[in-house]
Ligand binder design. Structure first.
Ligand code: NDP
Ligand code: MG
Length: 396
């Protein structure tokens, strides 16, 4: 393969869990991929070492106070160093980029993803919040600009893999698997007193802090239900969630003849990352192989939505449509940040989200500006709510 066939990848959020694993995939496949652009929020140290190791054309740091430090550290290398979120939004449309892997966390992923789509770039989408907030707008733009949105989220990659070759066949439903997180089987009483440290201990996956808390509260599954609706063009009643604590079946598709296809493997995000980058092909890996004999009991149970209310709230938001998923996303981001800083309790996160759903102005057909305003308004409202909450709601 000559150089022109090497895919140039822009990694938005290269210093995070997905970002660093994407760089490992690139490192393992130098004849296929090149890191063209790396971005971070404020982790200058890691961004500098990634830049030295991968020699991208561009690095961008959001935090402008780190600009000079990075410029100085990379001055001896032919790397352009930019700073500010606006640079990420602009530079994703660079003509040399082949694919943009969106691994930044939260609402911040929305505008760069939209700009990349408008510039005709394929998207390897890890940042599920983009589709949660503005799924209709983003998938509509992708269609218009003829770009692919390739899922990186393991459940959606599983469904995407199950659908390969089934383009003309009707889906009856999809079954998204959930590990259940560290608090599976626990009661409301128990959850009243859990700490951030307990919530950050995921049984099967090592991930960034925000998604780890989302996994513990089942909000991650709620966000994934919404993400799946937009990725696979489904009705809400076609999306089931089942708890599968071993995380071996990554998700399933049931077709109209009743046949179910599952995609399986040991939990390792590098596989869905690589598949999004090599799609429609596959490339050999040395990842550890799954052995059925070591897992004689793959088990399944119904999610407990009475205790873990976020999943139910996400279904409600999806049914309601409009800016409601944007509201739950913003409320959740604020609630999770507060839980991580010990300023709200685990169960109070659902109360915050539910109150925002009731109080923020509903917009049936939001524009991008409406989404940006809804996000801002919800964040302010949720912050105030947390400040007004009685101390007894701060269970930690
Ligand atoms: P991390 O918190 O580990 O990493 C987030 C990355 O985004 C970092 O590079 C961070 O920079 C950067 N970042 C954070 N906030 C901003 C911002 N406001 N503007 C620009 N950049 C920002 O997250 P994960 O890698 O765990 O998750 C990334 C996305 O992928 C999330 O949307 C998550 O839901 C999704 N995902 C993650 C999975 C996983 O296994 N981790 C699995 C499936 C989906 P810095 O390091 O400087 O703070
Ligand atoms: Mg997932």
């Amino acid at each position: 393969m000559n150089n022109s066939n090497i895919k140039k990848v822009a990694i938005l959020g290269s210093t995070g869990s997905i970002g660093t694993q994407t760089l490992e995939v690139i490192k393992d496949n130098p004849s296929l991929f090149r890191a063209f652009m790396l971005t971070a929020h404020s982790n200058a140290y890691l961004l500098i070492s990634q830049a030295i190791a991968f020699l991208p054309e561009y690095v961008i740091i959001c935090d402008e106070t780190k600009h000079q430090e990075i410029k100085k550290a990379l001055a001896h290398l032919p790397i352009k160093v930019l700073a500010g979120y606006h640079e990420i939004k602009d530079m994703v449309s660079h003509p040399d980029i082949d694919i943009v892997l969106t691994a930044m966390v939260g609402f911040a992923g929305l505008e760069p993803t939209i700009n990349a789509i408008k510039a005709g770039k394929d998207i390897a989408l890890a940042n599920k919040e983009t589709l949660v907030v503005a799924g209709e707008l983003v998938t509509g733009l992708a269609k218009k600009h003829n770009v692919k949105i390739l899922p990186v989220d393991s459940e959606h990659s599983a469904i995407f893999q199950c659908l390969a070759g089934e383009e003309d066949n009707r889906i009856e439903k999809i079954i998204i698997t959930a590990s259940g997180g560290p608090f599976r089987g626990k009661t409301t009483d128990f959850l009243t007193n859990v700490t951030r440290e307990q919530a950050l201990k995921h049984p099967n996956w090592v991930m960034g802090a925000k998604i780890t808390i989302d996994s513990a509260s089942l909000m991650n599954k709620g966000l994934e239900v919404i993400e799946a609706k937009w990725l696979f063009d489904l009705r809400t009643d076609q999306i089931d969630v089942i708890v599968h604590p071993q995380s071996i079946i990554h998700s399933m598709v049931q077709f109209e003849d009743g046949s179910i296809k599952a995609q399986m493997g040991l939990p390792d995000m590098k596989l869905p990352i690589q598949y999004a980058l090599t799609y429609p092909g596959r490339v050999k890996t040395n990842f550890k192989r799954f052995n059925f004999v070591e897992y004689p009991n793959l088990s399944f149970e119904k999610p407990d939505t009475a205790t873990f209310r976020n999943l139910k709230l996400a279904y409600e938001a999806l049914d309601k449509g409009g800016n409601m998923p944007c509201i739950i996303n913003a409320a959740n981001e604020v609630a999770v940040a507060a839980f991580l800083s010990n300023t709200t309790g685990f169960l109070a996160m659902s109360d915050i989200i539910e109150t925002c759903m009731q109080q923020i102005v509903f917009i049936e057909r939001p524009s991008l500006t409406d989404y940006l305003n809804t996000d801002k308004e919800t964040r302010i409202f949720a912050q105030n709510l947390i400040q007004q909450m009685p101390l007894k709601a701060l269970q930690f």
